[in-house]
Design a protein around this ligand. Sequence first.
Ligand code: HEM
Ligand SMILES: [Cu+2]
Length: 804
Amino acid sequence: MSSITVGTSSGAKAKPWWLDLLTTVDHKKIGIMYIVTSFVFFAIGGIEALLIRLQLSRPGMNVLVGDFYNQILSLHGSTMQFLFIIPIAVGFGNYLLPLMIGARDMALPRMNAFGYWMYLFGGLLIYASPLFGGIIEGGWVAYFPFSNSEYQPSAGMDTWILGLQLIGFSSIFGGVNFIATSINLRAPGMGWRQFPMFGWALLATSFLTVLATPGITAATMLTYLDRVVGISWYNPAIGGDPILYQHLFWFYSHPAVYIMVLPWFGIVSEILPTFSRKPIFGYTALAGATMGIAFVSFLVWAHHMFTAMGSPLLNSIFAFTTMLVAVPTGVKIFNWLATIWRGKLTFNTAMMMTLGFIFLFTIGGITGVALAVVPFDWQMQDSYWVVAHFHNVLIGGSIFIVMAGIFYWFPKMSGRFLNERLGKWLFWLWFVGFNVTYMPQYVLGLLGMPRRIYTYQAGLGWEVWNMISSIGSLMLAAGFLLFVYNIVISLRGPKTAGANPWDGYTLEWATASPPAEHNFDVELPTEFKSERPLYGWKKLGLWPGKDIKKLEPSQIHLPNASLWPFVASLGLTVFLAGLVLKGPLLWAGLAIALYAVVTWAMEPAFESDEIELEVAHHNRSKINNGMLGTYWFLGSEASLFLILFSGYFYLLLTGRMVFPEEMPSIQLALLNTLFLVSSSFTAHFAHHGLAHNRRKTFLGLLGATLGLATVFLAVTGIEWRALLINEDPAQNLYLSAFFTITGLHALHVIVGVIMFLIAFVRGLRGHFTPKLHNGVEVPVAYWHLVDVVWIFVLLIVYVAPRFV
Ligand code: HEM
Ligand SMILES: [Cu+2]
């Protein structure tokens, strides 16, 4: 199988730009690709917002009418969150985290590229949905039953769901990568107490992403099964519960609002010290508050359902936990104010945007805490108060810091400054424009204007406020156009920034602007006294210091570029398009994706195994990057099954499940348990054999594992066939749940079989050594999870119903 890996930078022929784009694994380039792509989606979401504001500027307008309004609104909400504000943070993180911790790249470079292409193709698939026959129109929340095929018969909803799966996995891979990079690639001497604040924010965001994203995967996957296969957890006709969708959806979407704001909190904590010439106030408290917010954000999801749950007890509990979030958030705002207090402040655009953020976000936070008061929420639920509140925290909060971050790091990324005069115009257009757009919406909420209405009649007192709000949105648009103009003219200017234009304290300012492909040219000092290394080294005379040792080219090892992440995500997207169109595209896509994954697995990650081992030697933990990433990914998969099991118990314990006459055979299930558990042992000892250079044992036991897995699948097939002869799962809630859970598990078994097959072929070709064999260790770890999950499936789906 021919590999088209292009060698590392030393002596390699320059690639055409498009090939570099498709094959790069450089975190800086991938970071900028994320940032540019996100801004394109921001512009698209912004145009949708302007159309909405034009439609609502006066009663009885006909710009966006009925379904079309719903479609544009649903796209606006989805685009701004899933295609702009979440991925642009991944862009900043990609560009900055390795630089800030003194690393050459992310821990999983090819996985990183894969994540970017999955995000892009997921967005393109959603926007291609008109070609598939329709656009989503039930709002970005896609509540059941408005999301079912009765209310939305077109393929718009299917395409949106499948596009979201791609974007969801892209986020999970990104989160896994940030966690592995933070743990393993910190420079020698950088401990967790010297870890940059942006690093803590990314870490907290990544924990949320890895563990919460399965919530929306589960929620939308069950909607897809209801629409396309007919089995349902939500359909009341068979005992299903539409409210379950809301629990699963918000179990992700509330932590998601912190995925949308935490990274920007981290950037505030980077910018304020630099332009106050003071260290951040209360580093430990801030890092703790960041993790505290991430933890508590898992405990509040049902505050979106105060009017749907019908349980005063549950409402009170979630009201309490929601108010609790205000505590760590308050700590942050206090620490930021204490940082600027009596500081030597520089009022450039980055700093003004940051100060604007503190003011506006605090207002947004307060209007959120108001919504935690259940009786008030009952009045405000689905009104413009809610619309104003989340735009307040998302625009007045996150997006102000997106801009601050661009003005702060543009010199590092390009070697040039952005124009400050145009920057100040942007700030005032946005600060005033934001308040003109959203303060009237709070009033509209109090005046009873519901959200998601495409027009309203005159005489309700809403006209003036809507007109003002629409004018405000034009100011926001003007500010953004000015920002784009600023970028364009500044990129044409001379490179005058230098390595550390703001006299910053963190390691990215120790590289050139823009940084070299390998980031650092020298060996960094190892004396990390605080989260401000450059400040400490300057005091110690270590930086810039005459003893700084320049690295030899032979000491610099960069991961190989690769085309396969791009091809694999393209194949997956074609496969998903084939699922919607139900045609040959499905098989073509599957073939492309499989070919790409196999070639990727066969391709060396570095110039040689020796270099790969040497690079791995520098890891800060004993677990290599590949395994560390795998364990966190398995954590996400475990979360998916846990969420599904919780949904199953929710339906079981609310007495909605009526068991079919013919229950699945527990004997077959026990037999399958025997096969699967034994295969865990054969897999373990196969790996053990390889690690001790016993090739025959390795290949023999790996073959046995494959055999047992195949038998497991065959028995499952027999069991399903027997059940489907007499029962229709679309007519029975328990069977719908049974086929969903055992189906998802079987899919995991099939993925395991594919990974073991690749490992077997590579093993036959002598690809592995006792020291370097992630291609075996990864599937074995994965396989153990698949087996443990099966034990739970057995107990929950086969045994438990016999005791209810
Ligand atoms: C740039 C200026 C923006 C304007 C003028 C704007 C305006 C609006 C308006 C008027 C609605 C409510 C329409 C309705 O309920 O019928 C809306 C909904 C929404 N907006 Fe924005 N928006 C903007 C930016 C953003 C940003 C940056 C985000 C997120 C990062 C965002 C996220 C949302 C979401 C999630 C919804 C709810 C969609 C739904 O109900 O399904 N918006 N926007
Ligand atoms: Cu929430």
